[in-house]
Design a protein around this ligand. Sequence first.
Ligand code: FPP
Length: 247
Amino acid sequence: MSSPGPAQLPQHVAIIMDGNGRWAQQRGLPRLEGHRRGVEAVRTTMNAAREIGIRYITLYAFSVENWKRPQGEVGGLMGLLEFYLKKELATFVRDGVRFRTIGRTDQMPAGVRRLLRETAAATAHFTDWHFILALNYGSRTEVADAARAYAAAVVAGTEKLADNSWATFSRYLYTDGIPEPDLLVRTSGEQRVSNFLLLQCAYAEMVFTPTLWPDFGKADLQAAVDEYGRRERRYGLTAEQIKAGAK
Ligand code: FPP
């Protein structure tokens, strides 16, 4: 089947990068080597996304639960993140990619926080391509943070409780200003969403691929996009209504 035309391209693809550990284990390598190769796959995927024409990519790089992993692995992941951000800033600027994060990044190590701030600030003016890294992210934490911020706004009188709606409340999520994902991809054969963008993916199409994240490349991304192009998104309407052009 050929690739879908531009009308069927997802604007925003969110990816749960899974399988780094298994990739390493299969080769008798330490888990961190899987993560290192995972960083290469991040680079490949970013380039592929732009070649395909996907404007927004969000990657689940570190969850609120990932702190419970062995200390050496957590430290290794933070080191990789620093290494990646230092190296990638020039590429983002060259390619016109806006970099942002979602999650409680204030709890990340100071060195990482500084690089996140610098990278976001240096790319804030770009509008065509968007790269969003979910760090210390969890949907339930995000909702709790949003509810607190919304309640504070009500107490301060800048929001009226009676006016609350999804349009209002969603402005308090980390993803304010970012369109909802059209397509959610998870690698490594696992078929669950693991506390990732639960509200934002309310209408996302989901594609699960057996490919382990370090092996993920342009062909895998294109295959997920092709699968997306074959789906019919109905948003609660009937197929007949969609055919008749209802939205
Ligand atoms: C899941 O594989 C992957 C992670 C928890 C971390 C993802 C991180 C990277 C790809 C590297 C850092 C990212 C950037 C952007 C610098 P897993 O370890 O759960 O694999 P397993 O299920 O096979 O054990």
